[in-house]
Design a protein around this ligand. Structure first.
Ligand SMILES: C[S@@+](CC[C@H](N)C(=O)[O-])C[C@H]1O[C@@H](n2cnc3c(N)ncnc32)[C@H](O)[C@@H]1O
Length: 461
């Protein structure tokens, strides 16, 4: 009974082999080779028993493959694999996971090369929207103490200022008291750092001199108790209190104002990343010079011009609102996907979309065949998708870890009363240079195009 003998052998060794297969991420290892051989042998025996023409490679068909984990494992184990899905997003992921890497051996290096060109081009195009910060004199932090961002992605012509790696914002509403009308922040807390055994950093909220709004003042103390104020409990689900008039701002007022398009945003603080000492520095908005942010009108005009020139549009698809446990933003007037981004975030995303189209044309002009160019552009499209996930008004600042969480940290679109906008070209969390290089292969920085035909143009963006 050879068939039974093989089965028993496989079964006896299966648990140990499975553990070894899970522990390896490589495409070739002793465990993987053994598993491939065993599968081939078992399949040969099975097909020989039923057929005159035994085969060694089983066929695995997964027509509901989603993210493609089953066909990917089947391929690793040497099976002939067919995968598909009704959902075009799943299908694209399957192409990028299962098909393109096999078809183009140099793909990782090519994506890295073209991705770097894309980042440089977009960074150059939107650099004026991220003014380097020169700050008012502040006892805690001076410009000289702040490390520069990673040189490769920094516009050196604009030093000595430093571009923050993140901007922490709060949504705001107008005070309902008709005698006040001040701008009220809706943030639930003002923590910047709140980690055990570390000095704490938080913002104190003070009315401005004209009492038409508030300013955020940076405070640092060895412990929470020594801070002198409580950064927590400022509001919950849009209920808060106006610091200028003491009026109660309730959730109904916030919803009404939101649906009328009257919610706004106010900068609370910026974060700088020190790559040398692996530290972060924090600066309150009150300590920044007035030109630290681009004007809203300037951003609106840039977006309108870009859309008119390219035919791109701000995403205006309706956000699903039928599940009250997962979707909340529409209650406050953010009912289209474009509403989930600040104007600057939209400008960056639209510029990426525009520049990727142009880069795709450059790929073809520089000698890549159409299918290969499509493969590279698909990965770079997924990179832009990653940016949309890590840079929306749903992204949250976590003072206990000094980190950003992404939009889909859970499968929901909650309302965030404060949120973080990141500088995508910097070195902080979720940044694109790191995302690109995580599997990019060619991180030497040399802009030589792998796979381009000899003699092709090497123009760098
Ligand atoms: C549970 S997910 C599959 C997950 C996958 N096995 C994995 O491990 O990542 C089910 C998938 O079936 C797809 N699907 C649902 N109905 C389908 C249909 N009629 N034809 C093809 N795919 C379909 C869905 O789009 C979804 O991606």
């Amino acid at each position: 009974m050879p068939q039974l003998a093989v089965s028993l052998f496989v079964r006896n060794n299966y648990p140990k082999l499975s553990i070894e297969l899970c522990n390896t991420t490589v495409v070739s290892s002793q465990a993987l080779n053994l598993a491939r051989r065993q599968i081939a042998e078992v399949h040969y025996e099975c097909t020989r028993a039923n057929d005159d023409t035994p085969t060694e490679t089983p066929l695995v068909v997964d027509l509901f493959a989603g993210g493609g984990s089953i066909p990917l494992e089947a391929l690793r184990l040497g099976c002939t694999t067919l995968a598909g899905d009704l959902n075009p997003v799943a299908y694209l992921i399957e192409l990028c996971t299962l098909v393109y890497p096999q078809r183009y051996p140099e793909l990782a290096a090519q994506v890295s090369y073209w991705g770097k060109r894309l980042l440089k081009q977009v960074q150059h195009t939107v650099s004026d929207a991220f003014p380097p910060v020169t700050m008012k004199q502040h006892p805690d932090t001076t410009t000289a103490q702040l490390p520069l961002q990673q040189a490769e992605y920094t516009d050196s012509a604009r030093t000595p200022g430093v571009v923050p790696s993140a901007y922490i914002w709060t949504h705001t509403v107008t005070c309902p008291n008709p005698h006040c009308g001040a701008t009220v922040p809706l943030t639930t807390n003002t923590w910047l750092v709140n980690k055990p055994k570390k000095p704490v950093v938080a913002l104190r909220i003070e009315p401005t001199a004209d009492r038409q709004g508030v300013q955020f003042i940076r405070h640092e103390a060895p412990t929470c108790d020594m801070l002198g104020f409580t950064p927590d409990g400022l509001g919950t689900r849009g209920h808060t209190r106006c610091v200028c008039s003491g009026a109660t701002v309730d959730n109904t007022h916030v919803k009404r104002q939101g649906k009328a398009g009257n919610l706004a945003v106010q900068l609370m603080a910026v974060v700088f990343h020190d790559p040398v000492h692996h530290k972060r520095h924090y600066m309150a908005a009150a300590d920044l010079s007035p030109d630290a942010l681009p004007l809203r009108q300037t951003l609106d005009a840039r977006i309108a011009r870009l859309c008119a020139e390219t035919g791109l549009t701000v995403p205006d698809e309706q956000i699903y609102s039928g599940d009250s446990r997962a979707f909340f933003t529409h209650l406050y007037g953010f009912d289209r996907f474009g509403d989930l981004f600040t104007r600057r975030q939209l400008l960056v995303l639209l510029t990426f979309a525009d520049q990727l189209r142009k880069l795709h044309q450059a790929m073809l002009a520089e000698g890549l065949d159409a299918e290969q160019a499509r493969a590279i552009a698909s990965y770079l499209g997924l990179l832009i998708n990653r940016l949309a996930d890590w840079n929306s008004t749903i992204c949250k600042w976590a003072p206990t870890s000094e980190a950003i969480s992404n939009t889909f940290a859970r499968q929901a679109l909650p309302m965030m009363w404060n949120f973080v906008e990141m500088y995508p070209f910097g070195i902080g969390w979720g940044n694109l240079p790191d995302a690109l290089d995580s599997d990019g292969g060619n991180d030497s920085g040399a802009l030589a195009c792998p796979g381009c035909r000899p003699g092709d143009s090497r123009a760098s963006a």
